[in-house]
Design a protein around this ligand. Structure first.
Ligand SMILES: Nc1ncnc2c1ncn2[C@@H]1O[C@H](COP(=O)(O)OP(=O)(O)O)[C@@H](O)[C@H]1O
Ligand SMILES: Cc1cn([C@H]2C[C@H](O)[C@@H](COP(=O)(O)O)O2)c(=O)[nH]c1=O
Length: 214
């Protein structure tokens, strides 16, 4: 049975790498996929992994109807055996419904990859709809780690190395950016709740709250 699968995890846990591996393994067996992404860091129409691999992809905007797009490709004589969508958190909820229709009416597997929650630990609307509609939600096995060594489960946005909780939900960016830039850092829930980033923890170690008194 074809499925809508949501591969989910924090930033930097290997989602795009897995998308590229699924694409590679299937195309090596002669299957043809439609590859979609939205706002990949590498630029328009690219699905890229931090391991250095990338592939061409259809850049998605709000007005793209996935069902119509796949039907058009088939009607034009193209072959579509499966669908891959990266950065699926950026999709609008009706597009997730369209992906479910691709599975049910066109009988194609759809593999969607994305982060579940934003820097405030709130669901992205697209991810929420995926959790609601997916046949399966798969959490990636390679653990991203918090600076403390615990499994990272949350995404923090950082400015000057410090975690921020105000701002737009969507700001395309990356982990391991210079502290002067807006960036992201993955944290365990404990440190996300306490807003302690790696830089914050280092600073606290260097300047203890209570100085020794003679
Ligand atoms: N130099 C490296 N050597 C080995 N693995 C790396 C290296 N750089 C990144 N990775 C792996 O790539 C993962 C990030 O992959 P990517 O597909 O870009 O993540 P995501 O799409 O989830 O943000 C990291 O968690 C790490 O496992
Ligand atoms: C937490 C969070 C992330 N983003 C952006 C930052 C990146 O461009 C992508 C995630 O990409 P990845 O391949 O999973 O690393 O999402 C955002 O816009 N808002 C956020 O709150």
């Amino acid at each position: 049975m074809p499925e809508l699968v949501f591969f989910s995890g924090t930033m930097d846990c290997g989602k795009s790498t897995l998308a590229l591996q699924i694409q590679h393994n299937r195309s090596a067996r002669g299957l043809q996929g439609m590859i979609y992404t939205r706002d990949d860091r590498a630029g328009e129409g690219k699905l890229s992994s931090r391991l250095g691999l990338a592939t061409e992809a259809v850049e998605v905007a709000d007005d793209l109807d996935f069902y119509d797009h796949v039907v058009q490709a088939l009607t034009a004589g193209g072959r579509v055996d499966y669908v891959i969508v990266d950065e699926a958190q950026f999709l609008i909820p009706p597009q997730i419904d369209q992906l479910a229709r691709v599975v049910d009416d066109l009988e194609l597997d759809v593999f969607a990859f994305g982060i579940t929650t934003d820097f405030r630990s709130k669901l992205f609307p697209g991810s929420q709809r995926l959790v609601e509609l997916a046949d399966r939600v798969e959490v990636l096995q390679v653990e991203a780690l918090c600076w403390c060594g615990a499994r990272a489960t949350h995404n923090a946005r950082t400015v000057g190395g410090q975690m921020v909780v105000e701002g737009a939900q969507v700001v395309v960016g990356d982990v391991n950016r210079p502290e002067s830039e807006v960036g992201y850092e993955v944290l365990c829930r404990r440190h996300h709740r306490r807003r302690v980033t790696a830089a914050g923890a280092r600073a606290a170690t260097l300047s203890p709250d209570v100085l020794p008194v003679d």
